[in-house]
Design a binder for this molecule. Structure first.
Ligand code: NAD
Ligand code: DAU
Length: 355
């Protein structure tokens, strides 16, 4: 436990809220949580922390440098964990501008605020300060079937506006270490799943549509491969990197869990058939529908997570089977949450995307 505050950005979103809830539950210390509350951010995700003095929520944009500087100074922040981003690949295809604004310009403004703040710290406070940037495996581009998994030295080859903006932010973070000595850490993680995942992404969308009797859309042939990691494993890895990672280093985080999209959806249908059978007794798999492919769709991602295991002793605790069972259970038990986030704006998005 460290009494000094950390600043988490994007902590009302999927991974950020899981991270903040666990950080506080485990007594790791107090948090200032900065979130703009876009369509993906939800105060309800943090309901368990209402009235808890260890959690200060601030609705703000990471691109607002003056506010970020003020928060860093006022709360004597010891570390920043930057989750805030536009995160959905499909949205980046139709509206790339906001991805450039938040993921690139926003990260730049946050880095500038951090550089100024860190520059006036001294002694152990200065030595201990960290800027941890949460990034993605998508910056490495796509793999062929038999290619080795992405290591930290794999070249950057982003293919979507989303991954290009994440790659640009990674480069800025790296440059702030190389040029100014800012003690940064970068993590590149594979696909997460688990509680509070916004139902525009494959796994929560499929659970939501299955229960609603709607089609389960599979892009293209469904043979694209993703490497799935249960969200609390990602959060544990971030805590470990924050604690023991070497400034300037990057760490790949993954689940050693490559699955085709079709097999993920079939697994979800099988779990739902067991946990919440259809009224007509038939399988949810009958709702699977092949739809037009995502433009520029990356074929395969796979993370080689051996560096973080070797150097920091982190390995995922969940298997895909245990993680998926917990995830489906969470969604079945939290239908009120799903209803609260699938309001008018959500329905407009789905209507446009799957027209
Ligand atoms: P999310 O979309 O669920 O949450 C993003 C949060 O950031 C939301 O609460 C949103 O309101 C907030 N936000 C957006 N723009 C902001 C701004 N300008 N200022 C302040 N807050 C802003 O995303 P997620 O899936 O939780 O992803 C979190 C981070 O992890 C992202 O940086 C993403 O690139 C990265 N990541 C995600 C995955 C994944 O599988 N979801 C995997 C690897 C890396
Ligand atoms: O790899 C890490 C990345 O994982 C993160 O950086 C992103 O923020 C996160 O959104 C996720 O990106 P993906 O594009 O891999 O996730 P998504 O859930 O959107 O899609 C997973 C796969 O399923 C992908 O191959 C596209 C496919 N898909 C997705 C949807 C929404 C479908 O076949 N049908 C769908 O309706």
């Amino acid at each position: 436990m460290d009494d000094r505050m950390i600043l988490v950005t994007g902590g009302a979103g999927f991974i950020g809220s899981n991270f903040v809830l666990e950080w506080i539950a485990q007594g790791c210390g107090p948090v200032v949580n900065v979130d703009k509350l876009t369509y993906a951010g939800n105060r309800g995700n943090l309901a368990a922390l209402e009235g808890d003095a260890r959690h200060v929520f601030v609705q703000a944009d990471i691109g607002d440098r003056a506010t970020m500087s003020d928060l860093l100074q006022r709360h004597r922040i010891r570390a920043i964990v930057n989750f805030a981003a536009e995160s959905h690949v499909d949205r980046s295809i139709g509206s790339p501008g906001v991805f450039v604004q938040t993921n690139v310009v926003g990260t730049f403004e946050l880095l500038e605020a951090a550089r100024a703040y860190w520059g006036q710290l001294a002694g152990t406070e200065r030595d201990a300060f960290r800027f941890l940037h949460v990034s993605t495996d998508e910056v490495y581009g796509t793999l062929e079937k038999n290619d080795p998994a992405f290591s930290e030295t794999h070249r950057y080859l982003p293919n979507s506006p989303y991954s290009a903006t994440k790659a640009a932010s990674d480069h800025l973070v790296r440059a702030y270490h190389h040029t100014y000595g800012l003690p940064v850490l970068t993590t590149n993680c594979s696909n997460n799943y688990g509680p509070r995942h916004f139902p525009e992404k494959l796994i929560p969308l499929v659970i939501h549509n299955a229960l609603g009797g709607l089609p389960l859309p599979i892009y293209g042939d469904g043979a694209q491969v993703r490497d799935w990691l249960y969200v609390t494993d990602h959060c544990a890895a971030i805590r470990r990197v924050l604690e023991a990672g070497v400034p300037g280093e990057t760490y790949n985080i993954g689940g050693w869990n490559e699955k085709t999209n079709l097999s993920v959806v079939q697994t979800l249908c099988a779990v739902l058939d067991r946990e919440s059978p259809r009224a007509d007794g038939r399988s949810y798999a009958e709702q699977i529908t092949f739809v037009k492919d995502r433009p520029g769709h990356d074929r395969r991602y796979a993370i080689d997570a051996s560096k973080i295991e070797r150097e920091l002793g982190w390995r995922p605790a969940e298997t895909f089977e245990t993680g998926i069972a917990k995830t489906v259970r969470w969604y079945l038990d939290n239908q009120a949450w799903v209803r609260s986030v699938t309001s008018g704006a959500y329905r407009n998005w789905v209507a446009e995307q799957y027209a």
